[in-house]
Design a protein around this ligand. Sequence first.
Ligand SMILES: Nc1ncnc2c1ncn2[C@@H]1O[C@H](COP(=O)(O)OP(=O)(O)OP(=O)(O)O)[C@@H](O)[C@H]1O
Ligand SMILES: [Mg+2]
Length: 259
Amino acid sequence: MGIVYAIANQKGGVGKTTTAVNLAACVAAQGRQVLLADLDSQCNATVALGLDRGLTPSSYECLAGEVSVAVAARPAGPDNLWIVPASRALAGASVELPRLERFEYRLRDGLGPVRERFAVTLLDCPPSLGILTINGLTAADRVIVPVQAEYLALEGLVQFLETLDLLRRELNPSLVLTGVLITMHDERTRLARDVEAELRHHLSEQVFDTVIPRSVRVAESPSFGTPVVEHAPGSRGAIAYGELARELAAREDEPAVAA
Ligand SMILES: Nc1ncnc2c1ncn2[C@@H]1O[C@H](COP(=O)(O)OP(=O)(O)OP(=O)(O)O)[C@@H](O)[C@H]1O
Ligand SMILES: [Mg+2]
């Protein structure tokens, strides 16, 4: 059985999409079948892999129950990597979906055979706790929470972890936190070092050992429509995402840590 990970944080711009795209590419490079589902109407993950914004079927049609996720998956370029693209229609989902029965479970219900076909499925969630993120967290087995190494990182994170508790009580009791990922870390600044120390102090092993450095190569790779491991394989960012893929595989074998 494959594992479904939601990559989520209600805070915007913390590196969710960058992590979804680059982690997906690194896990695929390990030879495992990977599906990346873009749940954000911004379509950033879709565009970062060089696909157009207007493709159908998209994750919108999956949420609407028109197609299964397995049917909407298409090859994303790199070997072993598949994507369910996003579309701008997702922007209307917060109005439309609640009219449907069991709307929080739409994605979970739509995953079906995906769990057999893909070793790893990554759900790139939008920056809010709206209906799309709730669908992602309800469908997922585990969650990865990217956090930018900046002032007040811990406050925002604590709030999100409380939301996960609520979600577990109401919708998905088996959801576990695989790890908090420190992103855009600039080791030259004292602030980034202090934020990392504070996160590790409060959350200990819930924080991934791997830290993603701030890197121009990571930031520019979406404009080439390709993950950083293909755009600049020797760069620090590409190496860090490769390490994250290995750490993730190691954590799959460990008993999961409940948040
Ligand atoms: N390691 C990094 N080094 C440099 N820039 C980065 C890095 N990670 C992400 N960025 C840049 O930071 C910005 C936000 O990243 P990203 O889009 O991944 O965040 P997000 O959490 O998905 O945002 P949103 O909440 O809008 O979906 C982007 O411009 C991205 O290129
Ligand atoms: Mg994003």
